[in-house]
Design a protein around this ligand. Structure first.
Ligand code: NAD
Length: 246
């Protein structure tokens, strides 16, 4: 079955490791050219780019900085002339109780997790509008849907991303552009590796499927949203959480 991925130009922010890496590999394996964005972790992004081939490219940009994002999209325009799929994956987590959150940490979470996707969506939408096609996939979180103690700022950023997704979907649909969000639960990546063992155990116990999610579990749903299987799906938030009750 042709999923409509081969030959597509895909940009994955923070695509060098974790969920972003699995997403980049999944699209590349089906013949897409993947642009891997990184900010600080150059080496993993570069070696993944080499491994993927297919004309893949990596671009340094801090997604929270508008000048960086503009430069990244200028490069995409110059090298490829189009963008078919944008995956807003880059994100950070800094757990702290509400009363302990420092203003600078609140700001960096909102800047990277919410303003970053906003900036990337603005540039992507301009290109996709001209093409009259495109798919935007935002990696939100189960925490943006349900909230969580110790994660108020993270939760606000991921809930904001859902608002951004639903509104942009309404605005861009008439131009043939779909916008959807994925809300992963507890996924085995660098972001979660330092959690205490008892918290990990409790989180796994809270899933109906009884296991931690793999980056590939998320990548498969992102693939669905980037493929022609989801042509009539927009403005949705799809949970990938093993049926986690939190
Ligand atoms: P990760 O830390 O391995 O990956 C995050 C990526 O974002 C890294 O490549 C990092 O370098 C990049 N990044 C961070 N700040 C950036 C910036 N300013 N500009 C560009 N890139 C930047 O963690 P992950 O688990 O793979 O997370 C990927 C996404 O999934 C994040 O948005 C995260 O919030 C979300 N998520 C993760 C989980 C989980 O349990 N791991 C659950 C729900 C949602």
């Amino acid at each position: 079955m042709d999923l409509g991925i081969s030959g597509k130009i895909v940009l994955v922010t923070g695509g060098g490791r974790g969920i972003g890496k699995a997403v980049s590999e999944t699209f590349s394996n089906l013949g897409a050219t993947v642009i891997i964005n990184y900010n600080k972790n150059k080496e993993p992004a570069e070696s993944l780019t080499k491994k993927l081939g297919n004309g893949s490219l990596c671009i340094k940009a801090d997604v929270s900085k508008s000048a960086d994002v503009k430069q990244m999209f200028d490069t995409v325009k110059e090298k490829f002339g189009r963008l078919d799929i944008l995956v807003n994956n880059a994100g950070i987590l800094k757990d702290a109780l509400l009363m302990m959150i420092r203003e600078e940490d609140y700001n960096s979470i909102i800047d990277i997790n919410l303003k970053g996707p906003f900036l990337c969506m603005q540039h992507a939408a301009k290109m996709m509008l001209r093409q009259r096609s495109g798919k935007i996939i935002n990696i939100s979180s189960i925490i943006g849907v349900n909230g969580n103690s110790g994660q108020t700022h993270y939760s606000a950023s991921k809930a904001g991303l859902i608002g951004l997704t639903k509104s942009a979907a309404k605005e861009l649909g008439r131009f043939g552009i779909t916008v959807n969000a994925v809300a992963p639960g507890f996924i085995d990546t660098d972001m979660t590796k330092d959690m205490k063992d008892e918290i990990k155990k409790d989180l796994i116990a809270s899933t109906s499927l009884g296991r931690i999610g793999k980056p590939e579990d998320v990548a498969k749903v992102v693939l669905f949203l980037g493929s022609n299987l989801s042509d009539y799906v927009s403005g949705q938030v799809i949970g990938v959480d093993g049926c986690q009750i939190i």
